[in-house]
Ligand binder design. Sequence first.
Ligand SMILES: [Zn+2]
Length: 311
Amino acid sequence: MPSPLRRVACWLGAASLAVLTMLAMPGAAHAATPNWPTLSTGTGGANVSTAQFLLRHHGRTLTVDGYYSAGTAAATSSFQSANGLAADGIVGPLTWGKLVVTLDPGANNNAVRALQTALNKYGYGLTVDGVWGASTTTAVSAFKSGRGLTGGTTVGATTWQWLVGGGGGGGTWAPVIDRSVLPRSEYDDPHHDYPAIDLPTQTGVTTYAITAGTVSHAGGSCGYGVGITGDDGAYYLFCHLSSRSVAAGARVSAGQVIGYTGATGNVTGPHLHIEVRVGGVNRCPQQLLLAIYDGATVPAAASLPSSGCSY
Ligand SMILES: [Zn+2]
């Protein structure tokens, strides 16, 4: 539904200068700690690799390949039995709570590999070598300070929860911003003049690649824009960023940090403008974003309507 108190707008190449109300920008919705993700047979991505490294740290023998195979489930069940948990072979909140370990600079083990893998979801580009050196300290400091986390450079359970609960899981689709930033009702709003959507974020909200693909940079009325030509052939465009985190031509995976929201380009206030194009034709992103938000089956970009989401 429309949210008249937080209307923001942008014009990408349009001459329109309608005056829209901005009575109240969102008051610092300080993000809540994200939920622990649930990993089970058939899932894949960076969170699975993180769990696999942690299982190794706790003495289980398994392949670290980012795919939750029967072997990973068996290792999880073994770990659960040894820790007084129901041995269902699924990594949920209770199992994460036993898997994660408190880490400090200088550590050298598989739990550090898990940490480095989780940090790399946010674009830190660390070598996953299990050695906590200066670059890992820098990444941990930046990650924690960006989220207001306390405790210096120590990585404890809360930091782990932020690491694996945010940033997408490395699967096919990822939320473009953390789910806790905006309510579901912001993802079905029409765009003001053509198929697109404006998410009314504040400046500085971490923005993730919606799917895997190749990056191009956009500019002009888009401001600091990042386009992703997805592996599905569709083009996903994110506009008005305050900064970009990926170079033109780079490969990204779903959930990788591409930049931070802002108000560059032709805008009346900070927000994230999103377009989905198939064959150069704009599609309505609303159903795609809602499906990702809901964890439901994501419709193919080519199946999205090309009208009916503007006013
Ligand atoms: Zn817009």
